[in-house]
Design a binder for this molecule. Structure first.
Ligand code: XUL
Ligand code: CO
Length: 437
């Protein structure tokens, strides 16, 4: 096959002094950080949907993307050819993983049978390309939101046949993810929510969503798929309210329906900000519950209120992400998955390289900065000290659960007043972080 990117060779690491826009300044796969390679800390992944299927249209205009390898048809042959191009790109970039929706990689047919056949034909190529390059599947997923049948949702649709269709589609998506050795599988509730409560039985919809996930857990066991299941929070878009609205809502839902042992969270920055949270908040919520699984790395635009899915370049953001991830012990099955798209104005193939190189370097810098902050130790020491009243005396008894309200009353009556508070030192800590950025 002829090269889709003939002018571009494997992206080299040239170090921070390099002026080459097609080189890494910070990401060096083999560099050790706290005894682990950058490659293993970051586990970068390229998404099929934005990078190979997004035509860069917006509600006001047609797609602008120039993709010379794409013949513009929905044929299986075109899809197979595109898969080879995708692997050329990922290989030249040096990312170890990719992720896809079933309908990104292969065209939807007139029937489920035909769609499955199309998928099998492309999966054959994906498998061969994985073998050729060593690139692995981070996670698979099913597109349960694009086709008109899913207008009212998939698992939460009022139409039971649509639930059945979605189940059949996910069954196949799980099978191909398993066949490709996928390390995980994501459930993002694309339209699992509502547009208006006037027509919605929320309790029934939530029950159905939980039933659907239980069926997936059962089927996973049946086929022996060992990958990690994730649920991906997002508060709105396309629906007005999505049931998987943020990390806390997802955790609550998983606990209520006895699914907490089966799914971790796949957190996305722009989803966090749409929910009115920082990514750091979402990461800490997930980590506190032992459910930090994977991240969809992107960013929104502070001036725009929607899911712009931009490539992450903000070093504060990536530092915060890596501090939380490192504190949690790193990503195990998960990765840093660039669920991000180039701007409509960045329509040339080379822009796909610039975008990913920038994201990878931003995360590599975040990783190095986070490691330096941890090595320095002042931040950790401050936080530890801040809670030190719980390390002994009454605090230790509270944590151990050996005192009740009566004991607390006795303690305070004897003492008269609580010990004075100490300053939170927010500004000093912000300055401390800036020492490293
Ligand atoms: C949509 C989104 C999805 C999921 C996978 O906002 O993030 O692409 O990551 O379905
Ligand atoms: Co995502």
């Amino acid at each position: 096959m002829s090269s889709a990117f003939p002018e571009i060779s494997r992206i080299p690491y040239e170090g921070p002094q390099s002026k080459n826009p097609l080189a890494f300044k910070h990401y060096q796969a083999t560099e050790l950080v706290e005894g682990r390679t950058m490659k293993d800390w970051l586990r970068f992944s390229v998404v099929y949907w934005h990078t190979f299927r997004n035509r860069l249209s917006d509600p006001f205009g047609a797609g602008t993307a120039i993709r010379p390898w794409d013949d513009g048809t929905e044929s299986v042959v075109n899809a197979q050819n595109r898969a080879r191009v995708a692997f050329e790109f990922i290989e030249k970039l040096g990312a170890p993983y990719y992720a896809f929706h079933d309908r990104d990689v292969a065209p939807e047919g007139a029937t489920l049978r035909e769609s499955n056949k199309n998928l099998d034909a492309v999966v054959k190529v994906l498998k061969a390309e994985q073998k050729r390059t060593g690139i692995k599947l981070l996670w698979g997923t099913a597109c349960l939101f694009a086709h008109p049948r899913y207008a009212h949702g998939a698992a939460t649709s009022c139409n039971a046949d649509v639930f059945a269709y979605a189940g059949a589609q996910v069954k196949k998506a799980l099978e191909v993810t398993h066949e490709l050795g996928g390390e995980g599988y994501v459930f993002w509730g694309g339209r699992e929510g509502y547009a208006t409560l006037w027509n919605t039985n929320m309790k029934r919809e939530l029950d159905h969503l939980a039933r659907f996930l239980h069926l997936a857990v059962d089927y996973k066991k049946q086929i022996g798929f060992k990958g990690q299941f994730y649920i991906e929070p997002k508060p709105k878009e396309p629906t007005k309210h999505q049931y998987d609205s943020d990390a806390a809502a997802c955790l609550n839902f998983l606990r209520e329906y006895d699914l907490i042992d089966h799914l971790k969270l796949n957190l996305e920055t722009n989803h966090a900000t749409l929910a009115g949270h920082t990514m750091q908040h979402e990461l800490e919520v997930a980590a506190a519950a032992g459910a930090l699984g994977s991240i969809d790395a992107n960013t929104g635009d502070a001036m725009l209120g929607w899911d712009t899915d931009q490539f992450p370049t903000d070093i504060y953001l990536t530092t915060q992400c890596m501090l939380s991830i490192m504190k949690a012990g790193g990503l195990t099955t998960g990765g840093v998955n660039f669920d991000a798209k180039v701007r409509r104005e960045s329509f040339e193939p080379v822009d796909l390289f610039y975008a990913h190189i920038g994201g990878m370097d931003a995360f590599a810098r975040g990783l190095k900065i986070a490691a330096a902050i941890r090595q320095d130790g002042r931040l950790e020491k401050f936080v530890k000290q801040r809670y030190s009243s719980y390390d002994s005396g009454i605090g230790a008894k509270i944590e151990a659960g050996t005192v009740g309200f009566k004991d607390l009353e006795t303690y305070i009556l004897k003492k008269g007043e609580a010990a004075p508070n100490t300053s939170g030192r927010q500004e000093m800590l912000e300055n401390l972080i800036n020492e490293f950025i």
